[in-house]
Design a protein around this ligand. Structure first.
Ligand code: FE2
Length: 198
């Protein structure tokens, strides 16, 4: 689940009807390790908004889009989406008064080695009183989650019944950093527990 939440590229293949655009396939990722976790992010400049966002942004024409995928130890994620009219985005962009921002907060609570409960909610910066918009966004995000679920359940089966070696690609850099640091924290905690018991 945390791998998925550190992978902005999966939307190009898993969420074609909602969050995907051509730019989500091939724009390079930037990876940042922080004290609390890992951030994988990228700005995609001057492209048509993906279908879901086209319905909600309050401007016409192309956009600059930020995907900010951040997971904090052990399993909390902040996914931030920024859509601003083309020419106003980028790391130093001035943004625009009609910039659309959606933050989603995701909380995983593992129940067994192969299962987790997954809680989430999302916030937006436009029309907070618009119930129809809230409803539409909730339904679309739920629909997108079902697309993730189908893929992630298959991934879990593959990981639990490994029949070939694991192949890590450069695109997996964020997830690998997160996994390694988390494992190091688990090892340290075990060591401390052991020493306390002695
Ligand atoms: Fe997804």
């Amino acid at each position: 689940m945390c791998d998925n939440l550190l992978d902005p590229t999966h939307v190009a293949w898993v969420h074609q009807s909602s969050f995907a655009a051509d730019a989500t396939k091939d724009t390079p990722l930037r990876i940042k390790k922080t004290d609390e976790g890992v951030i994988v992010h990228r700005w995609m400049m001057d492209h048509e908004p993906a279908p879901f966002y086209k319905k909600v942004v309050e401007f016409d024409g192309n956009c600059d889009r930020l995907q900010h995928y951040e997971v904090r130890y052990p399993s909390h994620a902040l996914v931030k989406a920024v859509f601003t009219p083309a020419g106003t985005g980028g790391p130093d962009g001035p943004l625009h008064e009609n910039t659309f921002i959606m933050d989603s907060y995701n909380f995983m609570t593992p129940t067994t080695e192969g299962q987790t409960r997954y809680y989430w909610f999302q916030l937006r910066n436009i029309r907070p009183e618009d119930e129809a918009l809230s409803q539409m966004m909730s339904e679309d995000v739920q629909h997108a989650f079902e697309e993730d679920r189908a893929v992630l359940n298959a991934v879990q089966v593959g990981m639990s019944n490994k029949s070939s070696p694991h192949i890590d690609l450069p695109i997996d850099g964020g997830q690998l950093r997160f996994r390694r640091q988390l494992q190091a924290m688990i090892n340290e905690e075990r060591e401390v527990d052991k020493q306390m018991a002695e």
